[in-house]
Ligand binder design. Sequence first.
Ligand code: SF4
Length: 96
Amino acid sequence: MANGNVKAVSFEGAVKTPEGLSFKGVIMQPVIDKCEGCARMVAFEDQNYCPSYPQPARKWALGVCNFATHAKTQTGTQAKSKVNPLKASKRSVKGR
Ligand code: SF4
């Protein structure tokens, strides 16, 4: 999937360490299966890494990754369907 908002990132100068991929002072973990299809993934040697979030597993542990290009968060639709409880109460009294 081509996404014009995603910049091409290169891990040039990155070094693999026992803790993970060391890039510009940040230790990065490989992407997880839920990242499959995301345009932000960048391959380095035999694994893919995320330049937007160094620990993809922790990002997905809290729900859908908000940086993902292949999955959408629920916040947009939830915000639209939010109803003011006071107005909803008045509408129900009027029978609308
Ligand atoms: S942006 Fe999110 S979904 Fe995409 S590779 Fe990074 S952690 Fe995975």
